[in-house]
Design a protein. Structure first.
Length: 564
């Protein structure tokens, strides 16, 4: 694990308490081996980040190791593209799996041998019922299942059929291998579940070597056992699968301390977000977003492109904690974590989103002068930079009103404001075109207010950002917002696509300090009074592109401090 990863062991959650007790009792001989087991059939999202932080964090806190293991048992959906993206995401999040990189598919021969051993022990059989027929045999929560005709086959018959399944003698779906458990079990997952199926599909790592593939519920415990995993952490939806996990290991003779233990915890859900792989894939395939790394997506690649720091995601996971109770976290908490991280690290710069020209009437034509600007008031070591002040400037159109309401402290006819790091200016005249739109402001400045204060002690309540017209650069600014308009998209039978936010991405042409045009992709800065922005990979020297990472307003922090 990287040295910059925060210590997550400030207070012990129930999983860490369990591991501490195991270490104390010597249950696994003092070993802690965890694993993060993604299926390479999509991109990781922020829900996976919680599992990554837990799996790698618990291992690091106990001088153990965490394996990155790809559960590549379904060749119809898996691809090397997803494999590489997952590796990159884990590393970006701040964790290093080093030499502990594994693939379920590398164990296929051993898994096949385990299945053969189950047949020999009378614990598995070949079933040739169709999927539709099995639905009738399986029963339901109120009705016990009926035994498949294949349950009465001899060991020799089952071994022969399973060998022929491997040799490709049967069509897809013609037969499956089932575990022989209990057709009357109240847990339907234990009613003779499928552990192998025929699937003629090219595997992205092994080509056409196999035409039968193990089911995840069979492969998962075996992978853990083969690798010497001690603690296998899963989200709560796998709790009902734990009896099958234990059955597989028990049936093959694995015993403590040579077998792992599965423990479940609550997954991370966020408001205004969907986490379902199926729904995320639908968003991508139907072009509702611009790919897996679209900055509106909850994928780690999308968050990275948006400029969300990995440290903010780790901070969120610590704050949410590890529990056994499912819930939904307010996305405002994530935004709060982002601001907390960027506030101390992101340099400040000036930018305007909707430029409105300002001419300083009493400033000499052609004149320019440098002004000092602080790079980050939260970091004295960040130093300062020079801004160019000139006769012609741009301010944000939102900072001027012809007829301001009470309580409006920005620029208006006859009013004075402070330019950030600059002078007091006063609006003398607004130039209005035939359509009634303000096209230019004619102002005067007070040369005695350089630096933002007046020698005569007069005060102004408004301070606004600005850029010089002489050297500012035009840039494409992508203003990202929440992807959905409701907190829980797709609930109550509503199609989640009807709840997409049509304003989740707006693009404007703004003006920026000239130094911003030379920043590399992935660099994040704060546009003062506007928000945090990150250079997008689409940027070029003559066409800078910035993504809004998060606004400055912190609704979560405001709510937490209400009434204090």
């Amino acid at each position: 694990m990287s040295e910059n990863i925060e210590n997550t062991n400030e207070s012990l959650d129930f999983i860490r308490e369990m591991v501490a007790e195991d270490m104390k009792s010597g249950k696994f001989g003092g070993r802690v081996v965890t694993r993060f087991p993604p299926e390479p059939n999509g991109y990781l999202h922020i829900g996976h980040a919680k599992a990554i932080c837990l799996d790698f964090g618990v291992a690091a806190e106990n001088n153990g190791v965490c394996h990155l293991r790809f559960d590549d048992t379904n060749p119809t959906k898996e691809d090397s593209e997803f494999e590489e993206s997952i590796k990159n995401d884990v590393r970006w999040l701040g964790f290093d799996f080093g030499e502990h990189l594994y693939y379920a598919s590398d164990y296929f021969e051993r898994m096949y041998e385990c299945a053969v051993e189950l047949i020999r022990r009378g614990k598995a059989y070949v079933c040739d019922l169709s999927a539709e027929e099995w639905d009738n045999y399986r029963g339901n929560l109120g009705t016990p299942g009926r035994e498949s005709p294949g349950r009465s086959r001899t060991v020799e018959e089952n071994l022969d059929l399973f060998t022929r399944m491997r040799n490709g003698e049967f069509e897809d779906g013609a037969m499956v291998l089932r575990a022989r458990i209990d057709m009357a079990s109240p847990n339907i997952n234990m009613r003779d579940p499928v552990i192998y199926r025929i699937r003629r599909a090219r595997h992205f790592r092994h080509g056409d070597k196999w035409c039968i593939y193990p089911m995840y519920d069979f492969a998962h415990p075996l992978e853990d056992a083969f690798e010497g995993v001690t603690h296998s952490f899963c989200t709560l939806e796998f709790e009902i699968h734990r009896p099958l996990y234990d059955w597989v290991l028990d049936s093959l003779g694995y015993r403590f301390p040579d077998r792992p233990r599965q423990t479940e915890f609550s997954r991370l859900n966020l408001t205004y977000t969907v986490m379902s792989k199926r729904k995320l894939l639908q968003l991508v395939k139907e072009n509702h977003v611009k790919g897996w790394d679209d900055p509106r997506m909850p994928t780690l690649s999308g968050m990275r492109r948006r400029g969300i720091p990995a440290a903010a995601i780790r901070r969120l996971c610590r704050m949410v904690g590890v529990t056994k109770f499912d819930g939904t976290t307010d996305v405002a908490l994530l935004e709060h974590c982002i601001r907390e991280e960027l506030n101390t690290t992101a340099p400040r710069r000036l930018a305007v989103l909707d430029p409105l020209k300002v001419t300083i009437l009493n400033y000499p034509e052609g004149g320019v002068e440098p002004l000092d600007a602080v790079n980050n008031p939260e970091d004295p070591a960040a130093g300062s930079r020079k801004l160019t002040f000139s006769r012609e400037l741009y301010i944000d159109r939102a900072d001027f009103m012809l007829e301001p309401p009470k309580g409006y402290f920005r620029l208006a006819p006859g009013r004075e404001v402070r330019l950030r790091y600059g002078y007091f200016i006063k609006c003398e005249e607004a130039v209005i075109d035939a359509d009634g739109k303000v096209t230019e402001l004619k102002c005067t400045f007070d040369p005695a207010t350089r630096g933002g204060s007046a020698p005569d002690g007069r005060k102004v309540k408004g301070t606004i950002q600005w850029v010089s017209a002489t050297d500012s650069v035009a840039a494409e600014l992508r203003l990202y917002d929440r992807l959905f308009t409701v907190e829980q998209p797709g609930t109550d039978g509503v199609d989640f696509l009807t709840q997409l936010n049509p304003a989740s991405c707006r693009t404007v042409e703004g003006r920026l300090e000239p130094s911003l045009a030379t920043l590399t992709a992935g660099t994040t800065v704060q546009f003062e009074r506007i928000g945090y922005f990150t250079v997008d990979p689409d940027t070029t020297a003559d066409h800078p592109v910035f993504n809004r990472t998060v606004t400055l307003k912190d609704s979560w922090n405001t709510r937490q401090n209400a009434g204090k």
